[in-house]
Ligand binder design. Structure first.
Ligand SMILES: Nc1ncnc2c1ncn2[C@@H]1O[C@H](COP(=O)(O)OP(=O)(O)OP(=O)(O)O)[C@@H](O)[C@H]1O
Ligand SMILES: [Mg+2]
Length: 363
């Protein structure tokens, strides 16, 4: 049985359909992420799980128990928001101890449990400090320790790292995953940052305008996007207009960007028909380029003109033009020191890739 069952939950604000018939099952121990652009309904859905917003219809079950109409404080879960919401007049120790004091734990047990959590978040030397004597990252670690100290069934996190700088955020990613594994508490995590979602989650539900557009593991969502929106939202992606010229067995013959023709395999060709229009999506890192014609088998080879590049340090993102002016991008890792100057601007080079590394999308 799933730990958290969201069943056909719906929410309107006026005539704005913010959460549209959403159903999700989340298992015990998962790091589950709600991802999507600003305004897509992530916070509203999380607030319904927390009990701060009541659904118009649908049910929310926790451990098989209907909690849809339970008051927030009666739900065995905690919520962490972007702002730290620590008690300013309490020390780090007392902030973390607060839920246990409320639950009337024995003093010695409280102390042991709090110190264990503070050790996990590496804040033992700060026990006597007050929130205003801590950095943003330290404050957020106190908030996380406080929400895990009484081992809730569920921890809801709404963009908890968005106030931190990029370096600290990355450090906190590692810490969060460790904490989640150590405590075994199920996390439901909200972010609009796709990198963060890919790095942290066991599964991701990608939302758009109140709907789930795809729900799967990070690797599947990234490599097998179901729609144009998913391919475009998650990471960089080339999206070419494409048409099906022929279908044979489980192979589609495609005409891509009006000038490239190749075959690709699909799981189920019966879902498609000849003449169908869609997009061919391929990630920039799946394309390769070379000044000489490559000798590899099972790749489609074409020529394109180097338009320019962006040097990112770890990789270089090249922009190319096809003969008809259609642009696309290609990512090369800079594993060799001079990789940034590997292809001259304005030159024609060979570009090649495995057509099965891309996807044909119809919506
Ligand atoms: N209490 C409210 N009353 C009216 N409209 C609301 C209310 N709360 C949210 N909304 C609207 O509902 C939509 C979804 O809001 P929500 O906060 O769930 O988005 P979000 O996905 O969390 O976005 P962000 O990434 O910017 O935090 C938005 O259009 C927002 O303006
Ligand atoms: Mg939000």
């Amino acid at each position: 049985m799933a730990l958290l069952e969201i069943q056909q939950v719906d929410k309107m604000f006026g005539d704005n359909h913010v959460v549209n018939n959403i159903s999700i099952s989340i298992n015990q121990g998962e790091f589950f992420t709600l991802l999507g652009p600003s305004g897509c309904g992530k916070t509203t859905l999380l607030r319904m799980i927390a009990g701060f917003v009541t659904p118009d219809s649908g049910k929310i079950l926790l451990d098989g128990k209907d909690i849809t109409n339970l008051a927030p404080e009666d739900r065995p879960l905690h919520t962490i928001f972007q702002s730290y919401a620590l008690f300013p007049h309490l020390t780090v120790f007392d902030n973390v101890a607060f839920p246990l004091k409320m639950a009337k734990w024995d003093k010695h047990k409280i102390s042991a449990q709090v110190m264990e959590l503070l050790e996990d978040v590496k804040l033992v030397q700060f026990v006597k400090r007050y929130p205003h004597e801590l950095s943003g990252g330290q404050k957020q670690r106190v908030a996380i320790a406080r929400s895990l100290v009484d081992r809730p069934k569920l921890l809801l996190l709404d963009e908890p790292l968005s106030a931190l700088d990029a370096r600290l955020r990355q450090h906190m990613h590692v810490e969060l995953v460790k904490l989640q594994e150590e405590t075994g508490v199920t996390f439901v995590y909200v972010t609009h940052d796709q990198q963060e979602a890919l790095a942290l989650s066991s599964r991701i539900a990608l939302l758009n305008q109140g709907h789930i557009v795809q729900l799967d593991t990070p690797a599947v969502i990234y490599s097998k996007p179901k729609t144009h929106f998913v391919a475009d939202f998650l990471g960089k992606c080339n999206l070419f207009e494409a048409e099906i010229l022929a279908i044979k067995d489980n192979n589609l013959s495609l005409k891509v960007a009006d000038c490239l023709e190749f075959d690709m395999a699909v799981d189920d060709a019966s879902a498609f028909h000849v003449g169908q229009i869609g997009w061919y999506s391929i990630r920039p890192e799946k394309l390769k380029a070379s000044n000489e014609r490559p000798a590899e088998n099972n790749v489609f080879i074409f020529t394109a003109n180097v338009n320019g590049y962006y040097y990112y340090g770890d990789g270089t993102l090249y922009e190319f033009n096809l003969k008809n002016g259609v642009k696309f991008q290609l990512m090369l890792t800079n594993s060799k020191t001079t990789q940034a100057e590997f292809m001259k601007e304005e030159s024609d080079v060979y570009v090649y890739f495995d057509p099965n590394a891309g996807n044909f999308l119809v919506e």
